[in-house]
Design a protein around this ligand. Structure first.
Ligand code: NQM
Length: 346
């Protein structure tokens, strides 16, 4: 068999993706993206001829490289049904696998006990630190449970600094805007996100992803809000972009800080993205935002409820500057070997 590429398939948080060393992929982004489409099996609703899992949450790629003082991570979202690969968003879930992958591939040395891996996220230029359990090499087994993933595994602590996007935490310059007739908060603590109250959309907020995806009028309204908000957030025409995400918020149902349902942006997330949750968490503590809840002020940890449970986000704010965001994920290699791309795109 010819033309295979070295690849590790990993679960990172509540997502799954193909991890590559940057040196194993073409340097030219167009050639790289074309190859990744053939590897994942896109465009095809079932991704039957590739590694992709027929959902945006399982059609993801991490490209990892060693830099002078840290590890570089480029996230690529591979569309399922379109021949599109996008570097315009980051992914905190696949980020959870980057530390272990870098150690396994010998890019970063493992320390006895625990290893801190500093990571530069190429998509946004922001920094993260992953704390990986390494009693004797990477330990994947452990007691940490994250909602949306069955069972338990070793915890991977992710700490983010300076994750606000290039246009700041509030890219429109306002805490609240009225977009397509709807009050929203546009926020970017690592993920450009439009926050909308469920009541404004005439829904309860606790519907299942399937129910929300099946509501054509709601989908149209959410997309109209997203397109207009995208322009206000300096993202231009976002009709083919996977950002901004739209998080619909309502009162917490299970003792958390807020209940969410997130369009990412056509499908509805089965849980919530890591940086998406980090962005929602900050909006809870920002006076004037559509999600503001004074009980969130000064709370070190906020539980963001989602369709399959909740994710705890630690936020440290200094006024409206986010000093640190932290959360716990788990990750696991599923397969390590050689992947064979299909010979042609279609
Ligand atoms: O927000 C899905 C995921 C994500 C992104 C998406 C993510 C994040 O859950 O940091 O992790 O929002 O498209 O993998």
């Amino acid at each position: 068999m010819k033309n295979g590429v070295s690849c590790m398939l990993m679960r990172g948080g509540t997502s799954k993706g193909a991890y590559f060393l940057s040196d194993d992929l073409p340097a030219d982004p167009r050639q790289r993206d074309e190859l990744l489409l053939r590897i994942l099996g896109s465009p095809d609703a079932r991704q039957i001829d590739g590694l992709g899992g027929a959902h945006p949450l399982t059609s993801k790629v991490a490209v990892v490289d060693r830099r002078e003082h840290d590890i570089g991570y480029l996230f690529l979202q591979v569309s399922v049904e379109q021949a599109l690969v996008s570097s315009r968003q980051n992914c905190g879930n696949l980020l959870a696998g980057v530390g272990p992958f870098a150690i396994e591939r010998g890019l970063w040395p493992s320390s006895p006990g625990r290893t801190e891996v500093p990571i530069h996220m190429h998509n946004t230029g922001a920094r993260a630190t992953a704390v990986v359990e390494t009693p004797d090499g990477v330990e994947y087994d452990g007691e940490a449970a994250i909602d949306g993933v069955p069972g338990t595994a070793a915890p991977i602590l992710l700490n983010f600094q300076d994750t606000a996007g290039e246009h700041g935490l509030l890219p429109t310059g306002n805490v609240t805007d009225v977009v397509a007739g709807t009050p929203v908060t546009c926020i970017d603590n690592g993920m450009p996100t439009v926050i909308v109250r469920a009541a404004e959309l005439g829904i309860d907020g606790e519907e299942t992803p399937k129910e929300l995806e099946g509501d054509a009028r709601l989908r149209e309204r959410v997309e109209a809000i997203r397109l207009e908000a995208g322009r206000l957030m300096h993202l231009g025409d976002v009709s083919e972009a996977t950002v901004p995400k739209v998080s619909i918020v309502s009162n917490a149902r299970r003792g958390g800080a807020v209940c969410t349902r997130t369009f990412i942006p056509q499908r509805v997330h089965e849980a919530i993205g890591v940086l998406g949750a980090a962005s929602v968490a900050v909006s809870l503590a920002l006076p004037g935002s559509v999600a503001f809840d004074e009980r969130a002020l000064g709370r070190p940890r906020l539980a963001i409820e989602h369709p399959t449970g909740a994710v705890d986000v630690e936020v440290e704010l200094d006024g409206d500057r986010v000093v640190r965001t932290g959360l716990v994920r788990t990750a696991r290699p599923i397969m390590d070997g050689t992947v064979y791309p299909r010979p042609r795109l279609q």
